[in-house]
Design a protein around this ligand. Structure first.
Ligand code: DGY
Length: 318
């Protein structure tokens, strides 16, 4: 029976599928396995199911002589050294589509919560400060009718754009080149132009060497005064220190962050001292159904490769 090493408990549906034809070892820790444990875990493994919190480096891959597939439990896979895997003929897979709509919902939740100051309102009521209705209490910008700028227009960015139609928003997007098929959904703009025109900016680009630090001090300065920034993609796309400065100075109205740099964000991080910065722990895809779909997708990818078939969601040519 092929051996599968799974780096954390994932929803049962995926584990059950794997267990039908494989010998499973599942790391049971509440935190990700460390480097030593990963090195041990992959030694005999034919398949590895990894999480975005696991650094699957060249060293780990080299320690896995039988490994045929790395099935990453995420749509992003910057945690895996794909080049090193490809060199050894190891297939790397991800979980596209499974989480698109759920993540788009969450980007909207952050956009609305940040603009309309929902966490501050909750805090205000809980602190016993709600004494009367106030004409100027907790005001924020309107979302409806505003201009939304999407940095990236893949599956999730497009799903966010579709929702914007219901809010009567004008939607701009930036990708390296325009997507003609998106013309009914959003209008292409250069990144600097998009930042200067959007009331809300939502990040939907993968983390690559080109997008690391993309939203830096210069680009934050280009944003409209009072704009709102939302990030459900990857933390390092936004420079955390520059973002703190822009929020602290009141240049931006607010930010809603599902992802941060570093991750997890330490409790004493300056961003957490700001009332206009909402931070949640990377949960945009955290619905029951989506996390189960991701688990099944991972299992199917691993099983396909173990059977000698093409993986439905390979990201490399191995
Ligand atoms: C992903 O899949 O890349 C998300 O960040 C977690 O679901």
């Amino acid at each position: 029976m092929p051996r599968v090493y799974v780096t954390r408990q994932i929803p049962r549906a995926g584990l059950d599928l794997l267990a039908q034809s494989c010998e499973l070892e599942v790391w049971d820790g509440a935190l990700p396995p460390g480097r030593k444990e990963l090195l041990r875990g992959v030694t005999e493994a034919d398949a590895l199911v990894s999480l975005l919190t696991d650094a699957i480096t060249d060293e780990i891959i080299a320690a896995a002589p039988h490994l045929k597939v790395i099935a990453n439990y995420a749509v992003g896979y910057e945690n895996v050294d794909v080049a090193a895997a490809s060199e050894r003929g190891i297939v790397v897979t991800n979980t596209p589509d499974a989480l698109t709509e759920t993540t788009a919902d969450f980007a909207w939740a952050l956009m609305l919560a940040a603009a309309r100051r929902i966490p501050e309102g909750i805090e205000y009521v809980r602190a016993g400060r709600w004494r009367t209705w106030g004409p100027e209490l907790l005001l924020g910008p309107d979302v409806w009718g505003a201009t939304l700028g999407l940095v990236g227009l893949g599956r999730i960015g497009s799903a966010v754009a579709r929702r914007a139609q219901g809010f009567g928003m004008s939607v701009l997007y930036h990708t390296p080149s325009p997507h003609p098929e998106a013309q009914d959904l959003a209008a292409w703009a250069e990144l600097d132009d998009l930042l200067a025109r959007a009331d809300f900016v939502s990040i939907h680009t993968p983390l690559t060497p080109k997008t690391r630090g993309l939203i830096d001090t210069r680009r934050l300065a280009l944003m409209k005064p009072g704009a709102v920034l939302v990030n459900t993609a990857r933390g390092p796309v936004v420079d955390s220190t520059a973002l703190y400065d822009a929020l602290h100075a009141g240049k931006l109205f607010a930010a809603g962050l599902d992802v941060t740099d570093p991750e997890p964000l330490p409790a004493d991080h300056p961003l957490l001292s700001l009332p206009n910065c909402i931070v949640v722990p990377h949960i945009a895809s955290a619905s029951y159904a989506t996390r189960e779909r991701m688990a099944v997708m991972c299992a199917r990818n691993a099983l396909a490769v173990l059977r000698g078939e093409p993986a439905p969601n390979a990201v490399n040519e191995a």
